[in-house]
Design a protein around this ligand. Structure first.
Ligand code: SF4
Ligand code: SF4
Length: 341
């Protein structure tokens, strides 16, 4: 077996279902990426705007870089059907263990293997998404560049509930539910809240409609299996978590990235979208949350659900609320037609 073949086999043993090899040339798509950033599509993800010269040239990340080993780890999980309008949804990649540490550790194991075969002096650097990359300063046998698999299909563009694709192959992250529920630290823009449906952390819709995913097999990696309570979680329960409970429940989970205030904000929006006034008591309690961000989104949700109980609570909250943004949200909620039904 050649070194490349050995690496492919070892990567498979380490759980990487996808493995490819490319020369570490300057990135062909660098101008496309720079345009994407310039158009503001990265939103608050400042880390995507930094180090662009390094992104565009692997040689700047690892002196003498010659090859990139690209790997992918399967994370798909079948979803149990929801049987309660007051439960939310979490993207399937996030229902188990946080992938960052796991994938990185596996990539470093692959690097150690390569050093074992090709010599201890091999230099390498590992980068992680569910797609991982290992930069190496040695030559490998390279595959063919990927071809366009989309053709005339526009299913993901059509399925996106917040119209996050301004054109094929271009995602405006600022409109994407994954960004809104995880990366955005502030208030969710009002016009996008209804489209978020019941997603409280990420979104799988564009993946689910893609014909290439039809035959996706569930992940083999046990660490990615859903933890109890992370499939269709009860939204009133999420909205009632205090800081200590949040930390305990989401230790080693990707959900901790949203922080308590972000996750409760998302749960409030999802309850507003649930169209079920059984959500009102949980939202009324959230009107007194210590975080203004949570109070503001609870007010919006109560305005969306409407009814007497919601109206009474909103008027009472307006008597004492000090935060200007929350006050605005309460006033807008009280002006909703649902309040007068
Ligand atoms: S993850 Fe959801 S919101 Fe984001 S682009 Fe895909 S369908 Fe749209
Ligand atoms: S659904 Fe899949 S195949 Fe269709 S356009 Fe989107 S990514 Fe391409």
């Amino acid at each position: 077996m050649t070194l490349t073949e050995k690496v492919r086999v070892r990567a498979g043993e380490l759980g990487f279902g996808l493995v490819g090899f490319a020369p570490a040339d300057p990135l062909e798509g660098a101008a496309f990426y720079a345009r994407w950033v310039a158009l503001g599509y990265a939103g608050q993800m400042g880390y995507l705007e930094r180090n662009n010269e390094k992104r565009a040239d692997p040689g700047q990340l690892l002196p003498g870089a010659r090859s990139v080993v690209c790997v992918g780890m399967q994370y798909y999980q079948e979803s149990a059907p929801k049987n309660d309008t007051l439960s939310g949804r979490i993207a399937c990649y996030a229902r188990g263990e946080d992938y960052h540490g796991l994938v990185k550790a596996r990539l470093l194991e692959l690097l150690e293997f390569i050093r074992g075969v090709a010599g201890p002096g091999v230099a390498g650097r590992a980068y992680v998404f569910f797609l991982g990359e290992l930069l190496l300063d040695l030559e490998l046998e390279y595959g063919q560049p990927a071809i366009d698999h989309c053709g005339t299909c526009t299913r993901c563009l059509d399925a996106c509930p917040t119209q996050a694709f301004p054109e094929p192959y271009v995602l405006d992250a600022r409109r994407c539910i994954s960004y809104l529920t995880i990366e955005l630290k502030d208030s969710i823009p009002r016009p996008l809240r209804a489209g978020m449906g019941d997603w409280i952390f990420g979104c799988d819709l564009c993946q689910e409609v893609c014909p290439w995913n039809r035959r996706a097999a569930p992940a083999q990696e046990p660490a990615f299996r859903a933890r109890p309570g992370l499939e269709n979680p009860s939204l009133p329960e999420v909205l009632a978590l205090d800081q200590e409970e949040f930390a305990a429940r989401f230790r080693h989970s990707p959900l901790k990235r949203a922080k308590r205030r972000g996750l409760l904000r998302n749960a409030a929006v999802a309850l507003g979208n649930a169209g079920d006034r059984r959500a009102v008591p949980a939202l009324v309690r959230a009107l007194a949350d210590e975080e203004a961000l949570v109070r503001a989104h609870a007010a919006w949700a109560l305005g969306r659900l409407g009814g007497e109980e919601a109206g009474t609570a909103l008027r009472a909250a307006l008597e004492t609320e000090q935060d200007a943004q929350v006050r605005r949200e309460i006033e807008e909620a009280l002006a909703e037609e649902t309040m007068h039904e």
